[in-house]
Design a protein around this ligand. Structure first.
Ligand code: APR
Length: 238
């Protein structure tokens, strides 16, 4: 595996999924030990389920908040943050909601699927940060309506602003590193193809092949931290 020379690239994009946080102890959604193997997402991660039984959905998300709060950024998160601090044009586009990339030091993360650390309600749609574990109160202090996580549930529309920013990044990058995503949830999963069609250098880091592996010119079938340490040895935190 050859080290990448940062100076060789003008615009770098890290496109990340749940596999990036696997080494921090956060379960992925699919594959061995995946969350959706134990929970039916239609009962825990969609507006209809929330409307039917908000406490059940909050119990599920509070357990995820607890687990994410107790986790530490991995070496992979830290390498991505270090690259972002060492190069003038690095975009981190994530499907993750755990906030670990920000805790590793990245300051401008494009969160396609929102953040479990923000909540909103029907009366106050502007997301508010709330790091409480568990979230208390579950109802909005202002209007008394249920607060819900500011994350993209199944059948939710994606927020236009992060999508627009992600599109701009993928339409200009000359290096794309996709890390830890199965590439099966659209529209997010379609974004890397933009860079691939433009002839950018495209690298997939995933122990398993995916449905979109053909978009990438290089595949590292390794864990995120091992692959990123070899690609960016100057930032190997050991
Ligand atoms: N390093 C790199 N990749 C890994 C690692 C690791 N240590 N461990 C697992 N992976 C890979 C798996 O092989 C898998 O392909 O990470 C991928 C995780 O896939 P998913 O669980 O499907 O996660 P993701 O692609 O982020 O899911 C997309 O689906 O449920 C929705 O909204 C949710 O954002 C999520 C979206």
């Amino acid at each position: 595996m050859e080290a990448l020379e940062l100076a060789s690239f003008a615009h770098i994009v890290f496109f990340t999924g749940a596999g990036l946080s696997a080494e921090s102890g956060i379960p992925t959604y699919r594959g061995a030990g995946g969350l959706w193997g134990s929970y039916d997402y239609e009962s825990y991660a969609c507006q209809r389920a929330f409307d039917a039984d908000p406490n059940k959905v909050w119990d599920f998300h509070d357990e995820r908040r607890r687990r994410m709060a107790a986790a530490d950024p991995s070496q992979a998160h830290r390498i991505i943050a270090a690259v972002g601090q060492s190069h003038p044009s690095v975009a981190v586009v994530t499907q993750n909601i755990d906030g670990l990339q920000q805790r590793a030091g990245s300051t401008d993360v494009i969160e396609l699927h929102g953040s479990i650390w923000r909540v909103r309600c029907a009366c106050h749609p502007a997301p508010q940060e709330d790091l409480g574990v568990p979230l208390e109160p579950r109802s909005c202090p202002g209007c008394g309506l249920w607060r819900r996580p500011d994350i993209v549930w199944f059948e939710d529309p994606l927020q236009p602003e992060p999508i627009a920013r992600a599109l701009a990044a993928l339409e200009t990058c000359d290096l794309l590193l996709s890390i830890g995503t199965s590439g099966v949830v659209y529209p997010a999963a379609s974004l890397p193809e933009i860079a691939s069609r433009r002839g950018s250098r495209c690298i997939e880091i995933n122990p398993e092949p995916t449905q979109v592996s053909s978009w990438y010119d290089t595949h590292y079938r390794e864990q995120a931290s091992a692959a990123l340490s070899a690609l960016f040895p100057a930032f190997d935190f050991g």
